[in-house]
Design a protein around this ligand. Sequence first.
Ligand code: ARG
Length: 560
Amino acid sequence: MNFKQNVVNALVAALGADLSAADITAAIEVPKTSDLGDYAFPTFALAKLYHKAPKAIAEDLVAKIDATPFQDVRPVGGYVNFFLDKVSYAHSVLTTIAADPAHYGDQTLGAGNVPIDMSSPNIAKPMSMGHLRSTVIGNALANILKKVGYSPIKINHLGDWGTQFGKLIVAYRLWGSEADVRRDPIHYLVKYYVQFHEEAEKDPSLDDQARAVFKQLEDGDQEVHALWQWFRDESLKEFTRIYDMLGVSFDSFNGEAFYNDKMDAVVQELEDKHLLKESQGAEIVDLSAYDLNPALIKKSDGATLYMTRDLAAAFYRHQQYDFVQSLYVVGGEQREHFDQLKAVIKEMGYDWADDIHHIPFGLITSGGKKLSTRKGNIILLERVLNDAIALAKKQIAEKHPDLANADEVAHQVGVGAVVFHDLKNERLDSFDFNLEEVVRFEGETGPYVQYTNARANSILSKTAVQPAAEVALTDASAWDVLKLLGDYPNVVARAAKAYEPSIIAKYALRLAKAFNKYYVNTKVLVDDAELPARLAMVKATSSVLTAALALLGVAAPAEM
Ligand code: ARG
């Protein structure tokens, strides 16, 4: 079903040895609108070789090209424009999708294990909108990479270790109440943590105490460890509630604490390889050769750091999973950390450092302001999800008051809206979060795509006629929809190569828009010879919209 290949073949035959197939493939463009054709080949680059104007070259080429497989081949300025044969294209696309809708777009771009470090919230803090991005981008990438042949492993590298636990435990002992923590754990733990930072600004000795307590934790002090365990258990309970709402699962919850007994070996190897240097009492790896700040491995009091744990984790994953790529879906503000991580492993002499990829993303702001737990300016993810569900429920009640499973659908629409909104933004873009905008049923939203799918389903349920992809579809107004349906496998490939779920989300929006335009202008349910073929296209649209949403981790209710 490779229509672009037909175009390449026709050009190869006409150009002979003047341009390679690979160069032709790379040069071919897709015109902005389909009235200009489906593919266009620019002739500008050939002007020097032929000593002719691009326009004349385009005309010569058209005379030479065998146009049999196409509806038309035409010179347009310095381009040769190809018009595909719409009837055979429609037939090919619709029969392919109908044969195996769930696996349409499956392909092999690679194979092997790909651990994906994702979500990774910090214990004793609420999961914020910031962690939502890592969770949903990581989950979508896992789905997309699986579709193109890889075996993703979703790892939640919980922030359950580090000096912040020293701070928290000091704060709890000074101002905490066991009863309060039992009643509403995260709320109170955050309160103590915020209080710690306020007080420590006035009294810096608190920071020293916190460092000492963290050192006790690392050294295995029982009482300190019990508090830590309690905070961790309570936090994980809350996180699990949110993951259940999002429908995201993990293959591992090995967080930072898991690497506690795995750091010595790495530090020892660094030492054996003479890579550790002392700097103001701390142990560092000099990375000036990489134009990077030194990586901090051990503090002056011997306490390990975020970096030390990430080094141990990288080695553990390499040994455990023998990965072909190792991904870290973590905010752009940690770019330097991951550059350093790779550089240290490279310095140790391991080329697999090149298979480590930081997948950064932009910030979510609220009212233009950065979100930060420390300053208390947080949007709580659970609250956002619940508000979105309530808003979805209200809209469903207006549009479809007698919907049978309204609560379930409201959940799918509300949560789906938040997830879709996050993923339709290019990963690196920062964006402001506004709930009203996210849950709208019109515009570039998840509910709009879901609603379009439900509309396609309702068309199918209104007739007893069965869809038949084999019947010829000559309907010219269906062309934009058909072309998008045919493009889905390429879209999946592009999203996988760029680690960019937004490519899928934007595609779903384009397909939904094209389908709605078709539906408004065409009477689908007219009983004529092409009705089964039109129904096949409606069904294919629903299958592909559902599949694209599923890749993003968004449900597609049959009715809404
Ligand atoms: N817990 C960290 C945070 O919330 C993210 C951890 C990312 N993963 C990693 N292996 N460093 O900022």
